[in-house]
Design a protein around this ligand. Sequence first.
Ligand code: MG
Length: 159
Amino acid sequence: MYRIGQGIDFHKLVEGREFWLGGILIPHSKGALGHSDADVLLHAICDALLGAVSLGDIGQHFPDTDAAYKGIDSKVLLQKTYQLVGEKGYTLVNIDSTILLQAPKIRKYVDDMRAAIAGILNIPVDDISIKATTTEQLSFIGREEGIVATANVLLQKAS
Ligand code: MG
């Protein structure tokens, strides 16, 4: 009846890249480096969804060696991923996620991220939780060299 999934993703932060996070563009001097738009939160959610239905991981479905996915909007990847979940007969109950990032402060962007994700997954904003923490200047995150996101999802069998 119910299945849970978890996902985690890491990306480097570099100058000269747009900073896409949670489906929105955030003004910042650095952006996440990757083959796609490098949206670390959406990638973690994709992996959590795939994990919940035992369908492998995002790298298997959307390989970073495939030119088709170069620069792709991760909202498209999330939509395709959720389609796979639907084909397995499940719908999403809720998401709980955490972003680990030293700067910028992202609390003021969280509601826009939740709205973007809710729109793709067709669930109420209230069923999407996005938390954020710094690492108190510790590690590559604290040095502003990278960003990490984790996500947990609960799915239920579609009626
Ligand atoms: Mg990624």
